[in-house]
Ligand binder design. Structure first.
Ligand code: CP
Ligand code: NVA
Length: 309
């Protein structure tokens, strides 16, 4: 059994294996409809319990479909419906019960420490479905999407991020180290990735390129990523923060500095950080990106169960 918590803690060869498996599985079920089960039904009889402390549309739906296509099932919980969320039960006892009823646990939380605490008491694998420091299932799936569309290994591409230094960017930075790709980041000076993250990159003998001018960050990019300036439960003054990101808006003019064949990706939900023209335009691949989460998460689930082919 394996956990899936942070990309930086998972060996690069395992991440690559997950992507290869997802590609194979996606191809094999090309003619199957949404709820038809993969031929090998690898998770027959298995239950994923997924729990959300924060809102979610894509993550909950894509994990639900992923389990169903693998022949398993899901139960979706809101933590405030449990004794745990009301302060009436410990993580230790909750984790034991989750491990008794379920075979794997996925958790979206406001606290990285809670994931670690659950991990300590669970006897089943845990998947991080977004935490303050990481959104690993999103970003691994995004690597898959980039390679699917660009038809080459991500190592050979210039990747750019325009936006806040948040959980999605932290996972993308981890991915840039694991998959060895060039990552340029465009953000205001006081929203740059924190020292801890930059030091981790350095320690791994890699480099990330940070610019406070969005044009410089986008220059020559093959892929432009973005995310909401205001994340779930962001505690900062929202209007002030949006103001500080104003010149980082991704519009047609800004992407004209990218490579002519560049694509635009966004994990969704979106805010004002991107114009409708770009988001709905021909370079945008956001719907394909969202759907691919099903395919990649299936292989992540199999990895956690030790069942990757
Ligand atoms: N991209 C993503 O994780 O979306 P949700 O917040 O809707 O799950
Ligand atoms: N950075 C965003 C991602 C949402 C999928 C957040 O944490 O809210």
């Amino acid at each position: 059994m394996k956990h899936f918590i942070n990309l930086k803690d998972i060996p690069a060869k395992d991440l690559r294996k997950i992507i290869i498996d997802a590609k194979k599985r996606k191809r094999l079920r090309k003619k199957l409809s949404t709820l038809e089960i993969d031929k090998d039904a690898p998770l027959k009889g298995k239950l994923l319990i997924q729990m959300f402390e924060k809102s979610s549309l894509r993550t909950r739906l894509s994990f639900d479909l992923a389990m169903k296509q693998l022949a398993g099932g899901t139960l979706t919980l809101r933590s405030n419906e449990l004794h745990l969320g009301q302060g009436g039960e410990s993580i230790a006892d909750t984790a034991k019960i989750l491990s008794t009823y379920g075979d794997i646990f996925m958790f979206r939380t406001d606290s990285d420490q809670k994931i670690e605490n659950f991990k300590k008491y669970l006897s089943v694998p845990i998947i991080n479905g977004l935490s303050p420091s990481s959104h690993p299932t999103q970003v691994l799936s995004d690597i898959f999407t980039v390679e699917e569309i660009m038809k080459k290994p991500i190592t050979n591409l210039n990747i750019c991020w325009i936006g806040d230094s948040n959980n999605v960017l932290d996972s993308l930075i981890a991915a840039s180290v694991k998959f060895s790709f060039k990552l340029s980041i465009g953000c205001p000076k006081n929203f740059e990735p924190c020292k801890e993250v930059r030091n981790w990159v350095k320690k791994n003998n890699r480099k990330i390129y940070i610019y406070n001018d969005p044009k410089k960050a986008v220059s020559g990019a093959d892929v432009i990523f973005s995310d909401k300036v205001i994340s779930l439960n962001d505690k900062l003054d929202k209007n002030k923060k949006k103001q500080q990101f104003k010149k980082f808006k991704i519009d047609k003019k800004l992407i004209s500095f990218a490579s002519r064949k560049s694509i635009f990706l966004h994990c969704l939900p979106r805010g004002d950080e991107v114009s409708d023209e770009v988001f709905l335009g021909k370079r945008s691949r956001v719907w394909q990106q969202a759907l691919n989460r099903v395919h990649v998460q299936k292989s992540i689930l199999l990895y956690c169960f030790g069942k990757l082919r």
